[in-house]
Design a protein around this ligand. Structure first.
Ligand code: ADP
Length: 506
């Protein structure tokens, strides 16, 4: 059963109140009512009786409907308030309704009361529901707002994090010493670092247009592309070597490396590519290979001759004719000496390159050491070696090593300037240094090659296959002089001759 409707009646006239109750009963309404006459009783009933509807007379002796409505409205705005009065005119009623009173019923037309009550209750119900819905909506809105704010904060945070990681990635790509770029999974290039533009001299437009293809050496294009495609297929990353054109048109060997970048689920995101200049490494490898060929050839020649001498000696060992015997021994000794000096050069060069070339200094007179060196040189009477200048100059140096340099200069003069029958050695004092020069009248050396002569393994081209050597002699000389804080150099003019010199502190 539906709960009874609680109606609070504010009426000072008992018969009017009865009339009302009767009218209400007549309308078939299920209700209970409480009748009050004073403000205090009205206020108490509002809380105690807790009515669903208020019917109020317009004027009471100590109180009136307008005041009652104000009190009700203050704490219970949702309770419908209907004025039931005989004296209030239509105009007044309209004003009251405008002020918020639910309705007005004339005491002369009480038959309209039930309809108005129904309407008021309905309206109240709708209002209540509306208030409830409004409340819910407000709550929902609030939740939505909070959710939205949280989402916005998350988006801002994520965007910031992304921007930060992107900028970190970019600056990493810019700081590495290699050319670097990124490829999409399908291989399309997305980004090149500044080094690419600096190295190739291409601008962004040219890069977009034909990109890598324009700068890869034509001979490496096909194999490079094949290797690139096969790396993209594996997802493991890989590397290969190609020549890449520098902005001045020169091709340099590069090591191309491709690394896959995956997300936290292992899904491929992009490729990071780098190109490292390995030109020097390639040249060094080439030098090494060339050197091994030259060194083995150089060593093989005296060893073959030594072997031949020994074989011959073996044949004649039981009855050796004396002149042949001494000739063969002489030859064998010469070959052995050659092997020995080659091995010495190799050892000295590797010691020098590791900074382990030790020197043993003492005071000695340069001209005396030079004189001894000249005696060691096998000129076979074909050359004259003239020493001139300051014969008294004394230096504090490693006498054996300095002798080694003089012998090297003299041997080179004989080897590379064979037509220069006279070789001059000059000793002089220049500032605080002693200067020794070995001068020949040979073919000379082209100017552009002079600065490389003291490099390890360097052999001037014109010496070519005509003369043997490892390209180590002058390198070792330079290292020895460096240890003495002196200087080494050469002056040369084509068809006139060369002057190889070194200085030592006095
Ligand atoms: P190697 O004699 O084993 O080649 P070196 O270091 O002694 O090595 O000499 C380097 C190069 O310098 C030689 O290959 C030669 O081309 C050049 N050279 C040295 N001395 C002379 C010289 N007196 N006249 C012309 N060329 C020389």
């Amino acid at each position: 059963m539906a709960p009874k409707l609680k109606i609070l009646i504010l009426e000072d006239n008992e018969s009017d109140a009865d009339l009302l109750n009767r009218e209400l009963k007549k309308s078939g309404l299920s209700f209970t009512s409480e009748i009050v006459q004073t403000r205090i009783a009205f206020e108490q009933a509002l809380h105690g009786f807790n009515p669903d509807l208020i019917l109020s007379d317009y004027s009471l002796p100590s109180f009136d409907a307008v005041e009652a409505f104000r009190i009700k409205q203050n704490k219970h705005p949702h309770i419908p308030f209907i004025i039931v009065s005989g004296i209030i005119g239509e105009e007044n009623a309209v004003e009251l309704i405008k002020a918020g009173v639910t309705d007005y019923v004339s005491k002369n037309k009480l038959f309209t009361l039930s309809t108005k009550i129904d309407r008021a209750l309905n309206d109240a119900e709708i209002r209540k529901e509306k208030i409830l819905t409004d409340k819910k909506l407000k709550l929902l809105n609030q939740e939505l707002l909070e959710l939205n704010q949280e989402l916005e904060a998350r988006v801002v945070h994520r965007t910031k994090a992304l921007a930060e990681s992107e900028s970190r990635f970019r600056s990493m790509m810019e700081t590495i010493p290699q050319i670097a770029w990124t490829n999409r999974i399908n291989g399309k290039v997305v980004f090149y670092n500044q080094r690419w533009y600096n190295y190739t001299g291409l601008d962004n437009g040219q890069t977009q247009l034909r990109g890598f293809k324009t700068v890869v050496h034509p001979e490496d294009l096909k194999t490079g592309f094949k290797q690139f495609s096969s790396i993209l297929r594996t997802n493991d990353g890989g590397e290969f070597q190609i020549r890449v054109k520098r902005m001045d048109g020169l091709y340099m060997w590069h090591l191309i490396r491709l690394m896959p970048i995956t997300d936290q689920h292992g899904e491929m995101q992009l490729w990071v590519g780098t190109a490292t200049d390995i030109q020097e490494l390639k040249l060094l490898q080439q030098h090494k290979d060339d050197f091994i060929i030259i060194a083995s050839h150089e060593l093989k020649t005296p060893i073959t001759s030594l072997k031949a001498s020994l074989q011959f000696l073996d044949k004649i060992k039981d009855n050796p004719p004396t002149p042949i015997l001494s000739k063969l021994i002489g030859q064998a000794n010469k070959s052995l000496g050659k092997v020995n000096s080659l091995i010495e050069d190799l050892l000295n060069s590797s010691m020098a390159s590791q900074g382990q070339l030790h020197i043993n200094q003492k005071h000695f007179v340069l001209s005396e050491t030079i004189k001894e060196c000249c005696l060691d040189i096998q000129t076979e009477g074909m050359y004259t070696i003239k020493t001139e200048g300051d014969m008294q100059v004394e230096v504090y140096a490693d006498v054996i090593r300095i002798g080694q340099i003089v012998i090297n200069f003299l041997n080179n003069a004989i080897k590379y300037a064979p037509k220069s029958k006279e070789i001059r050695i000059s000793i002089e004092k220049v500032n605080d240094m002693a200067k020794v020069s070995v001068i020949d009248n040979g073919p000379g050396i082209p100017q552009e090659k002079l600065r490389y002569l003291f490099d390890r393994y360097y052999r001037a081209e014109n010496s070519g296959s005509q003369y043997t050597g490892l390209g180590l002699g002058l390198y070792i000389c330079a290292e020895i002089i460096k240890k003495h804080n002196g200087q080494i150099g050469v002056e040369s003019e084509l068809d006139k001759g060369s002057s190889f010199w070194f200085t030592l502190p006095l």
